[in-house]
Write a protein of this length. Structure first.
Length: 192
C-alpha cells in the first residue's frame, strides 16, 4: 500500500509538472521590444527611445529619457516624504518631466496654474523657472529647458525642488540627479 501511495504521488507530480510545461523558445523567434537604445557610455544616464505611433506619423518620433529610475520624495496634505519616481521625456519640440507618486501614479493636472521649480547644482549654481501641467507631465518652456540642458552637461549632482501653487491641494517634490552628463550627445543624435 505504501508503494502504491508513493507511486500515485510521483505520478501526479510528474503529470502536473512535467507534461504541460511551456516549450523553450528559440532565441531568434523571441520578439524584442521596439525601443531602440544607444550605447550607455556615449549618453551616460540617458537613452534614446521612440514614440509608438499607430498613425504612421514619423515626425518627432525619437525622444530622450533617463535610462534608470530617478527617485525622490513628495509631500502633500496626505503624505509626508512619500516615494516619487521621475521620468524625463525630451524631444525636438518639448521638454517634459513625469512625476509618479508612489512610483506608479502620475501627477495629473489639478487646480494649480503652475509649478515653481528650483534647481541647484553641486557648484551652488541656482536656476529658477516655472512649468505647467496640462495632462500627466510638466511642460517646461524652451528658454528654461535650455538652462536645464546646460546644467545636465556639467559634472556633479543636480538638486530639484518643485512646488505647486494649488490652493486646495498644495504639494512639493524633490529629487536629485547624480552626474547627468551625456545629454548633449543624446540631443545631437535625435536631431540627426
Amino acid at each position: 500500500m505504501k508503494k502504491f501511495v508513493v507511486l500515485l504521488i510521483f505520478s501526479l507530480f510528474f503529470a502536473a509538472c512535467g507534461t504541460k510545461q511551456q516549450k523553450p523558445v528559440q532565441s531568434e523567434t523571441v520578439k524584442m521590444d521596439t525601443v531602440k537604445t544607444e550605447s550607455a557610455s556615449e549618453f551616460g544616464m540617458w537613452k534614446i527611445a521612440s514614440y509608438a505611433s499607430n498613425l504612421g506619423n514619423n515626425r518627432n518620433t525619437s525622444y530622450i529619457t533617463n535610462t534608470f529610475a530617478i527617485w525622490g520624495t513628495f509631500s502633500d496634505p496626505n503624505n509626508d516624504k512619500a516615494e516619487l519616481k521621475v521620468k524625463f521625456v525630451i524631444d525636438k519640440e518639448t521638454f517634459c518631466m513625469k512625476l509618479l507618486q508612489y512610483g506608479t501614479t502620475p501627477v495629473k493636472k489639478g487646480d494649480e496654474t503652475q509649478y515653481k521649480i528650483k534647481i541647484k547644482s553641486g557648484t551652488a549654481e541656482v536656476a529658477d523657472f516655472t512649468a505647467k501641467n496640462v495632462s500627466d507631465r510638466l511642460f517646461i518652456r524652451s528658454v528654461d529647458a535650455q538652462k536645464i540642458m546646460d546644467l545636465f552637461e556639467k559634472e556633479g549632482s543636480l538638486y530639484f525642488y518643485l512646488v505647486t501653487d494649488s490652493k486646495s491641494f498644495p504639494a512639493t517634490y524633490s529629487f536629485t540627479i547624480d552626474n547627468p552628463i551625456g545629454f548633449g550627445n543624446a540631443l545631437k543624435k535625435i536631431f540627426q
